[in-house]
Design a protein around this ligand. Structure first.
Ligand code: SF4
Length: 63
């Protein structure tokens, strides 16, 4: 269970209702952008999430 909470986080705690995309705290358009320092920059986490989603999509196509 996560201790993180945001009013725009969906009930599965993965999707941003405000931005209509994956929740990546600090990403462009996020209410936290510029308010906190993150150990891993938001842009890098967005990129990593996109790569992971692409890999999953490729694996699903194979099966
Ligand atoms: S991306 Fe930002 S605004 Fe959207 S749910 Fe995550 S923390 Fe909240």
């Amino acid at each position: 269970m996560s201790s993180f909470s945001c009013q725009y986080l969906d009930k599965n705690e993965t999707y941003c209702i405000r931005l209509k995309t994956d929740c990546v705290p600090g990403r462009n358009g996020c209410v936290l952008k510029g308010r906190f320092a993150f150990a891993v920059p938001a842009d890098k986490r967005v990129e990593e999430k996109a790569k992971a989603k692409n890999l999953i999509a490729k694996e699903r196509k194979k099966s």
